[in-house]
Write a protein that binds this ligand. Structure first.
Ligand SMILES: Cc1ncc(C[n+]2csc(CCOP(=O)(O)OP(=O)(O)O)c2C)c(N)n1
Ligand SMILES: [Mg+2]
Length: 557
């Protein structure tokens, strides 16, 4: 009697299913079609996009939104090279995703087969794990291995290439190892050194001017509740960045945003959670030299990097904050009154900064002041709107003004600063959370990189509100050129056409509008919401106005 057989592509699908992955993002190629066939059997949705960069960014976005690993499947050679940027972005953003690339048949190894390239060599420096699957029997086993590696320390991407003959061959079912759901990897959550947690509790008990920065890992660790309880129980003002934005809702007494520099300069205890001392943190140089600095991170390599710290704790943000709060509870009486003064001081700085900027946010100027656009977006967001920023200067404006109303409702590329993530993140967010509204703010330059995938949003009925802050320029770069070489030499390599992106949306089957009057922003947003379609509201903003964040960039000085 012939035993039952199974092909490599079907084994991939079984391994994805075991991991709970219910969608793959892909652009087809002959090398990978057997995976699609397996997905049909396993009930895994196949979302086919217009560029592999989008497939990889969507897998990254899916991981961020769902907490499950994302998966992109691309063909050999150019399919895989097109996806490199998406993998690199996930690597810097610590996002767990698996990219599966096709490869020429093992039987033609190094013979010059179609689309043959050394994918594993290319992917090794930008993944936590990159390997070739050498035999059909091992396909599901190695997929599960790749997922395990995604969660080592701070999460990140894995890459597998599967040669065509390995993928297409059929092997007896009983010869293949097919790891069972929930039985092939363990939680990697670490509690942190108990002695270090005691020391942190002690520091918290005595600090008069503490502050905490809740970074992206707070969301990665799903530590919202622990972080919220921590700041409330210990009365610690909190700043949030990256995916950590929205941990506390706007208006919460412990939610601070505009006084961060003041706090970092004047605090006596600064707790940095899940954020590296990279360029966004001035490499740690902007923290008061006399403050006690504590760093909590999933990755031991991030702790103490670029700047000395007084206490480092490696592990899961939620477990550590909960343990520290418990250890410190009831011990802050002496510092309590001082802390109230400190919170009031920060609130005053915060209010002053807000009031100074408010006239700009309400400006009726034409062309539209970018501050007005991001103000209108902020007012428009609900607790169920996932906000995505994809662009240069316009997104820098939004970083100051837009406040997500719920945790996990802010998405930006992360420290790779990759333009072109927006459409893919919108795709993943809407597909994974149909119950949510998705709003993406694009720069016109950023939009152009991956904008054709608006068509994919239409084809898969993924409504979202796209807003383009259109200045017909790559303005963030133009600013630097003007500052360095003078206005008369600034218009080189950064000028885009005056494009009616609203018409582009309509061409592809979506809803589109052009907005030149600031009073029309809100009604246009409302109409996009009501249209129930993928939409693009093309807002013509003043190209001569730059975000302070852009103007302060040290690379221009
Ligand atoms: C993939 C990629 N290419 C180039 C850059 C460099 N870059 C940073 S900001 C910027 C300008 C973006 O223009 P746009 O999206 O229109 O935003 P604006 O600054 O005009 O508001 C560029 C090209 C990048 N970050 N990512
Ligand atoms: Mg622009």
């Amino acid at each position: 009697m012939m035993s039952e057989t199974i092909s490599g592509g079907h084994l991939v699908a079984k391994a994805l299913k075991a991991e709970g992955v219910d969608v793959i993002y892909t652009l087809c190629g002959g090398h990978i079609i057997d995976i699609y066939d397996g997905c049909v059997d396993e009930g895994i949705e196949v979302i086919d996009v217009r560029h592999e960069q989008v497939a990889a960014h969507a897998a990254d976005g899916y991981a961020r939104i769902t907490g499950k690993p994302g998966c992109a499947v691309v063909t050999a050679g150019p399919g895989t090279t097109d996806a490199v940027t998406g993998v690199a972005n996930a690597f810097r953003a610590e996002s767990p995703m698996l990219l599966i690339g096709g490869q020429g048949a093992l039987s033609q190894h190094k013979m010059g087969s179609l689309q043959d390239l050394p994918h594993v060599d290319m992917m090794t420096p930008i993944t936590k794990f990159a390997a070739t699957v050498p035999s059909t029997e091992r396909v599901a086993d190695i997929v599960s291995m790749a997922f395990r590696e995604c969660y080592h320390g701070a999460p990140g991407p894995s890459f597998l290439e599967i040669p065509r003959d390995v993928l297409d061959a059929k092997v007896p079912l009983d010869k293949a190892r097919i790891p069972k759901a929930g039985q092939y990897r363990a939680s990697t959550r670490q509690q942190g050194d108990p002695e270090a947690i005691e020391r942190l509790a002690d520091l918290l008990a005595h600090a008069e001017k503490p502050c905490i920065l809740l970074g992206s890992q707070v969301w990665t660790c799903r530590a919202t509740d622990a972080a919220t309880d921590f700041v409330r129980a210990l009365n610690v003002p909190a700043y949030m960045n990256g995916s950590g934005r929205g941990t506390l809702p706007p208006g919460d007494p412990h939610h601070f945003q505009l006084s961060r520099r003041y706090a970092f300069t004047n605090a006596d205890l600064i707790i940095i959670v899940g954020t590296p001392f990279d360029f966004r943190m001035g490499y740690g140089k902007r923290l008061s030299p006399t403050a006690t600095v504590v760093q909590i991170d999933l990755d031991y390599r991030t702790v103490g990097k670029n700047r000395d710290i007084d206490l480092g704790i490696v592990g899961d943000a939620g477990l550590i904050l909960a343990a520290a709060a418990q250890a410190a509870s009831g011990r802050i009486e002496n510092a309590g009154a001082k802390r109230k003064e400190w919170m009031d001081e920060l609130r005053a700085v915060e209010t002053q900064a807000y009031e100074k900027r408010l006239p700009r946010q309400l400006s009726d100027a034409q062309p539209i002041d970018p501050y007005r656009l991001v103000h209108e977006i902020n007012e428009f967001l609900t607790e169920d709107t996932i906000y995505i920023g994809d662009g240069g200067d316009i997104v820098t404006f939004s970083g100051q003004v837009v406040q997500p109303k719920s945790p996990g409702h802010w998405m930006d590329p992360g420290p790779l600063g990759t333009l072109g993530v927006g459409m893919a993140f919108a795709m993943a967010a809407k597909q994974a959370r149909r119950d949510k509204e998705v709003l993406c703010l694009f720069g016109d330059g950023a939009f152009s990189l991956t904008g054709w995938d608006f068509e994919t949003m239409v084809r898969f009925d993924l409504p979202f509100i796209g807003v383009i802050g259109n200045n017909s320029s790559m303005n963030q770069i133009r600013y630097g050129q003007a500052a360095k070489y003078g206005e008369d030499r600034a218009r080189v390599g950064n000028t885009l056409g005056d494009i009616r992106y609203g018409d582009f949306a309509k061409l592809l089957g979506g809803h589109g509008e052009e907005v030149r009057d600031p009073a029309e922003i809100r009604p246009a947003l409302e109409r996009a919401r009501e249209s129930g379609k993928p939409s693009l509201i093309n807002v013509w903003v003043d190209p001569e106005v730059y975000a302070p964040g852009t103007m302060n960039q040290t690379m221009y000085k």
